[in-house]
Design a binder for this molecule. Sequence first.
Ligand SMILES: CC(=O)SCCNC(=O)CCNC(=O)[C@H](O)C(C)(C)COP(=O)(O)OP(=O)(O)OC[C@H]1O[C@@H](n2cnc3c(N)ncnc32)[C@H](O)[C@@H]1OP(=O)(O)O
Ligand SMILES: CCCC(=O)O
Length: 441
Amino acid sequence: MSERVEREYELKRAGAAEAMAGVTSGDRIFYGEFTLFPRLCDAALAAQKDRVTGVNVDSVCFTQMPKVAEVDPEGKHFILNDWHFGGVSRKLHKQGRCNYIPLTYHQGPRIMRKYQDYDIVVLTTGPMDERGYFNYGLSNSMSSAAVDKARRVVVEVNPNVPNCLGGNQESIHISRVDAVVEGRTDTLVEVPGANASDIDRAIAAHIMEVIEDGSCLQLGIGALPNVIGSMLAESDLKDLGVHTEMLVDSCVDLYECGKITGARKVIDKYKMAYTFAMGTQKLYDFLHNNPTCASYPVHYINDPKIVALNPKVVAVNNAVAIDLFSQVCSESAGTRQVSGTGGQLDFIFGAFGSKGGKGIIGISSTYTDSKGEVHSRINPTLAPGSIVTLPRSLVQYVATEYGMVQLKGKSTVERAQALISIAHPDFRDELANQAAAMGIG
Ligand SMILES: CC(=O)SCCNC(=O)CCNC(=O)[C@H](O)C(C)(C)COP(=O)(O)OP(=O)(O)OC[C@H]1O[C@@H](n2cnc3c(N)ncnc32)[C@H](O)[C@@H]1OP(=O)(O)O
Ligand SMILES: CCCC(=O)O
């Protein structure tokens, strides 16, 4: 390590309380994304709550309950905003404590650079390397953009953050950092995929029919992507590629059993390109210093024009509900925000542009509410106030456990008929009546 880098590091070393002492009322702060939540600085800021009001704290998908939310149940001191809702923000939102920032994910960095300024950006990174770089680890995503718009940058180093190779913009140099907080040794948040049900297996089997040798995969989190991963591992398919928003455990399994080579990709050939990773320690260990994987900012990974450059893109996404006009809601339950647009629109659009590409929405035909009542996910219209995540003009394939339909080029009547054909049989007659009443039957 050069003397200059070493000296700079020593000068910038700070305790968490000191690093957050500069926060003043009305400031806007950005916290590290997904699993790289800055625990120490969050706790330090929470401890200083009585000297500030109206501080906005933003992140991309809080994966743990921020202390600043815990210590301020009435939201007098801190306002939380999330660029993508997971369980934590969903819970806070129910209490009126967290706002969603709408975006289609690939535009996030551009939106930040154009319209957002941060007083402090606090990231969790790996420790500084001998050249003075801190690696963004599992969350490349919008981190570079946030740093570009920051008045002050604080990094909270944790040696358990895997060193994730770029790609591009996967690290930050000490010269751009204002304070380095040490002391983290915790293992990273693990988000294992859910266990697959028979319904997931049936949906996955339909989707498997359109995956070919050389397909380039986008698989997100959840039971369905997991089960597709297992089916691919047992299949005869070969030379699969990965260009995905989120890198997950099933990509590790598929790589280890030789299914993923990336040999037929046109961009990032032989690499698994991604913008963030979330899964178990198995995935985090796999990523560490692994040149098979390339971490990029989301404005590259999710840009539909970039996604479309690889042939045979297969993008599999989940949804909350779809109406007979084929509009897809993937982010709200009526007016209640439960998730976000995330990368769904990006990848469905991108997959359609890819030669031989397929953008797929995979949903169970029904949903059981907390009272045990079963509802169809395919409905005449979306519930009032539902947010349309995918306009009907972009929807291509829809799969349920009863089959998969392709909607591009189909009329409104044909779309309604196709969707009814994959609805749960108990709801089909009623849906057909409603379609007729709406002039699409
Ligand atoms: C990271 C990636 O996967 S990349 C993929 C691209 N990104 C996206 O697709 C983003 C948008 N999509 C998503 O976030 C998810 O796929 C979802 C939310 C649509 C579904 O994910 P799941 O894991 O199946 O969600 P889950 O079953 O936990 O439901 C989420 C919430 O919505 C509620 N919900 C789900 N379906 C319905 C429905 N039809 N009606 C009312 N509420 C519903 C659930 O009750 C739950 O709320 P709660 O936590 O308060 O109980
Ligand atoms: C922030 C994006 C996560 C998703 O697309 O689900």
